[in-house]
Design a protein around this ligand. Sequence first.
Ligand code: PDD
Length: 287
Amino acid sequence: MAVEEVYLNGKYLPAAEASISIFDRGFIFGDGVYEVIPVYGGRLFRLHQHLDRLRYSLAEIRLPISLSDIEITQIFERLLNNRSDDASVYLQITRGSAPRNHAFPEQMTPTILAYAQDLVYPDEAYREAGVRAVSFPDQRWERCDIKSVSLLANVLARQFAHEHGAAEAVLFRDGKLTEGAASTLFVVHDGQLLTTASGHSILPGITRELVLELACDHGLRCQQTNISEQQVKRADELWLSSSTKEILPIVQLDGKAVGSGKPGPHYHQIIKLYDEFKDKFRKGEVS
Ligand code: PDD
């Protein structure tokens, strides 16, 4: 369903009536940050982790806002309007409108946009059969830990994947795996779960954190480390994760089968744990 209502700079408006200045620095420079938060059974999933990451992104780009976490949460709740189904919330904050000049404006009023929309789940067939991916050079900047709206390199990578019949681009920088165009990547190798170590080269995925928590709690050996292109190519299993795709198995990379070419046993285990966690979350048993 199309987005009907949005929050924009203190007002709740029909989407069609919301507008921003053509001089908005988000539009002109991509000068802003964002978050995407899944909502299960009407409850905002991992909200504190998303808000902490938002605060981190804002601090790193030196963009102060006056809204507190409680006020942001109230905006989300009003947009969700007591809906009890699954949804997602999008929040974007830019450095506002000012005459075009790269340096920060003296006077700054951020542009704050938020809206809720239906959570479009990946087709169930993707979980069962897996998805295809292609390798692509990581051409992004060196601060991928900031959830910036400057996503051109991600867009080009994902479009390359799309044009090659793949769901995701697996990004490599200097022969090492970073992440997907819009997802975290996990490699299962010799019974161990590997994912790229946190740092400036990847986004600290909120789903990544939960996958690691669940996997480690259930006896899978996990390591956050440097992963070479060869290790990815020899993986027994490869998964992607994100707030909207949850966890999906990648069964083909650059036209070659990953492991057995089917979702592997560790994927089956993690997706079961993830679904159980979501069910408990919906019932308010975990946060
Ligand atoms: N993107 N890495 C990148 C580059 C991403 O864009 C995303 C998610 C992730 C996974 O992060 P999380 O688990 O917190 O969603 C990793 C969102 C969903 C998007 O841009 O729509």
